[in-house]
Design a protein around this ligand. Structure first.
Ligand code: IVH
Length: 708
């Protein structure tokens, strides 16, 4: 057997045979380790085989296969793939649904930059590929890793798999020393059909659409499976680069094409929003014959210096937008209306539909929004759908746009069954029988049960473990529901005491489908990993109404640590302008009356606060570290802008100050460090003078932050 022969003595044919054998043995070992939880060989044996594989490839480089086991970096952790942190976050895009949204996009950029409506402002326009995004990192021209988007901050290491994709070069010549290329992995329609036929014949998984097929194929633990799937890649963006690719988006894409990447041929340069819309229509006409799925057109500001001035909101760039294609429609029968109770008690009506295919996807549930919508009214009482109500048994129109939840859009009264009754929206919570109330001005009816309502408890915990919150591997919505039913979890804090309590109840857990000693151990480790949590994620995880990711991040950046935030919010007196805590909360730029009230109310509720305290006792909440602390003279300082700014708009000034680690506030107080006062500054300048706050003009401010 070739295994006995030392690498130095192998002939080329023997080496080829041995590499094949090793790839099978290692592939099997990987599968046993990752998917079946039952390793067949020891770690040491595994390492020895991998080392032998590497040695042979070193001696016979020409025999190295793209899907070689040596391209699988290290042993993946228990959840399948190693994690890779994105140095430049991978964000998503804001959406435009009609032409007026495109005009608004242009207008808001001009406003932010202080441009007149006549000033030149160019955009690129290109198809939005319906696949999954991938970041490829090249160092000194060599592909060193490939990562999926993940949650935008941390993705999965799929390097071995990416290397099997023909459109992805493994080396580049003439590229910047560090270059992270981003783009979309997708599957063509014809390849998708062939793959599904093959899968069906072999009794394997049949995919619902090319996007799912591409995602399923890229995220394979065994790279040789990915290699057998026909994946393609378009490059359209970049992350970290050691030197700029170009001065414009257009030239940067041309540069990526020169480096050997596939770029989309339908990309155009447009001088104004009208041209953007024309190009959108042009692409829409070609959509059906492109041979791959696209779900809209992406517009980007062409000038990269302007892109950088525009920067980002919390999850989307200001300089780009996705203009989506109109939704797909289908008609079907409404079989029932169910009421789901959400984390804040909202009663949401869900349409149970006779299954129907809408744009290639089978839909059997859709949202009906709220009780007014069912009755044929909008939130202000005006009629919608000509006032037609929606009833169980009706023939309804369903629409689906991209990945958003399908909606019931219309109803056909000609097909209404003779004996149908108007839908009676429940006035008690279907889960806990508490009264369900509608507050004036609120379109939504809410269960008043709070934490006595099992649905609210479960939904809060689902939110707690969700991706943008605690994101605990192996503890998703399904497990939370199961653990709640079995009595293991009653509140988020319970998650962190599971290990101790399971020691005694393990037998019980083992009796549940899918749980063994090993998988439970893995779960507890994953939970322990998340005890250390950033302040913004923690605030978001609490699931307080009106406190989303953006708000959580504002609060974290303002208060910097948990004790400060807790003290301020627990002591704040709602609507009392003499109260310093309340005034400080409202002075945070981006925090309004509604959010502040909701936050303070939550902290004033005794049961709620105790539940938060029990949770905090289990955690290690990280203080916010101000970005660029060392180089920035304004890091950690509270800055107020007032009067007219002449060199940049207020929005740009604020975003820039925050990037440099400053807190921007709307009002002057004893906590203000710097007041930037332009011409026309009034009461704020006076107050600053009274308090002895440092006051500078716009040029003084620009000089202070120059070069940063
Ligand atoms: S640009 C900062 N261009 O759409 C954002 N994205 O909804 C840079 N996508 O996560 C993205 N085609 O996966 C860009 N031509 C294109 C795209 C594209 C598809 C995806 C991408 C992104 C998602 C955002």
């Amino acid at each position: 057997m070739t295994h006995e022969i030392s690498v130095g003595d192998l002939t080329k044919d023997q080496a080829r045979a041995e590499l094949k054998r090793l790839s099978i043995v290692l592939g099997k070992a990987n599968l046993a380790y990752h998917s079946e939880d039952s390793p067949e060989i020891s770690d040491a044996q595994y390492d020895a085989l991998k080392e032998r594989n590497l040695e042979i490839e070193k001696r016979f480089p020409e025999l190295e296969k793209a899907a070689s086991p040596s391209h699988q970096v290290g042993a993946a952790p228990s959840d399948g793939f190693q994690k890779i942190e994105h140095i430049v976050p991978m964000l998503s895009l804001g959406n435009a649904f009609d032409d007026s949204d495109v005009l608004d996009f242009d207008t808001s950029i001009r406003k932010y930059l202080g441009f007149t409506s006549e000033a030149p402002l160019e955009f690129t326009a290109e198809p939005k590929i319906d696949g999954l995004s991938l970041a490829l990192r090249y160092e000194k021209g060599r592909l060193i890793h490939a990562a999926t988007r993940g949650d935008g901050k941390v993705g999965e290491n799929v390097t071995a798999n990416a290397r099997t994709i023909t459109d992805i070069p493994s080396s580049l010549s003439g590229a910047p020393e560090t270059l992270e290329v981003r783009g979309e992995v997708y599957m063509s329609h014809s390849d998708f059909e062939i793959l599904n036929e093959k899968q069906a014949k072999a009794g394997g998984k049949v995919f619902a659409n090319p996007r799912n097929a591409a995602a399923g194929s890229l995220r394979q633990l065994d790279a040789s499976v990915t290699a057998s799937r026909p994946l393609k890649f378009f490059a359209y963006a970049w992350g970290q680069v050691s030197e700029p690719l170009a001065k414009t988006q257009w030239d940067a894409i041309a540069r990526l094409a020169d480096l050997g990447f596939a770029t989309n041929p339908l990309t155009a340069l447009c001088q104004d929003p009208q041209r953007l819309v024309e190009h959108y229509q042009n692409i829409e006409v070609q959509r059906a014959t492109l041979g791959y799925d696209i779900d809209g057109v992406v517009y980007k500001v062409n000038d990269l210096a302007l892109q950088s001035r525009l920067g980002f909101r919390s999850t989307t760039p200001r300089w780009a937008i996705a203009h989506k294609f109109p939704a797909e429609l289908a008609w079907t029968r409404l079989e029932a209306i169910d009421i789901q109770v959400g984390r804040t008690g909202a009663l949401s009506p869900v349409a149970r539909l006779h299954p129907v295919t809408v744009g290639g996807v089978v839909v059997s549930n859709a949202t009906l929004h709220n009780e007014d919508y069912i009755a044929g009214r909008d939130s202000k009482g005006a009629t919608i759908r000509d006032g037609k109500d929606i009833r169980v048994g009706d023939w309804v129109q369903v629409y689906r746009a991209g990945d958003v939840i399908p909606k019931v859009a219309d109803v056909d009264l000609n097909k209404r069954p003779a004996k149908s009754e108007p839908y009676q929206f429940p006035e008690v919570c279907p889960e806990c029988q508490s009264e369900a109330l509608r507050e004036p001005g609120d379109a939504v009816r809410r269960c008043s049960g709070g934490l006595i309502c099992p649905a609210q408890i479960v939904e809060r915990m689902k939110h707690f473990v969700s991706r943008a919150a605690f994101d605990i591997e192996g503890l998703g919505a399904k497990q939370v529901e199961q653990f709640f039913e079995d009595g293991w979890l009653k509140e988020p804090a319970d998650i962190f005491t599971l290990r101790d309590r399971f020691e005694t109840g393990l037998q019980q857990l083992k009796n549940r489908e899918g749980w063994g000693e090993k998988s439970a151990g893995k779960l507890f480790d994953a939970i322990d990993d998340k005890r250390r949590i950033s302040l913004d994620r923690f605030i978001f995880s609490l699931g307080i109404r009106h406190v989303g990711e953006g708000a959580a991040s504002l609060l974290a950046r303002h208060y910097l640590d948990w004790p400060a935030l807790k003290t301020a919010v627990s002591n704040a007196r709602i609507n009392d302008s003499d109260d310093e805590f309340w005034s400080e909360l409202l002075a945070i730029d981006g925090v309004g009356q509604v959010m502040a009230t909701s936050l303070v109310t939550a902290f004033h509720q005794e049961t709620e606060r105790q539940s938060i305290d029990r949770l905090v006792a289990q955690l290690n909440i990280q203080n916010v570290v101000q970005p660029m602390l060392s180089g920035s003279p304004v890091a950690g300082k509270t800055v107020v802008f007032t009067g007219t700014l002449e060199k940049m708009t207020r929005a740009e000034a604020k975003a820039r100050a925050e990037t440099l680690g400053a807190k921007v506030s709307g009002s002057v107080s004893s906590k203000t460090d710097i007041l930037v006062a332009g011409p026309g500054a009034g009461s704020k300048a006076k107050r600053a003078a009274e308090l002895g706050v440092e006051t500078i003009d716009e040029d003084g401010w620009l000089a202070m932050i120059e070069g940063l």
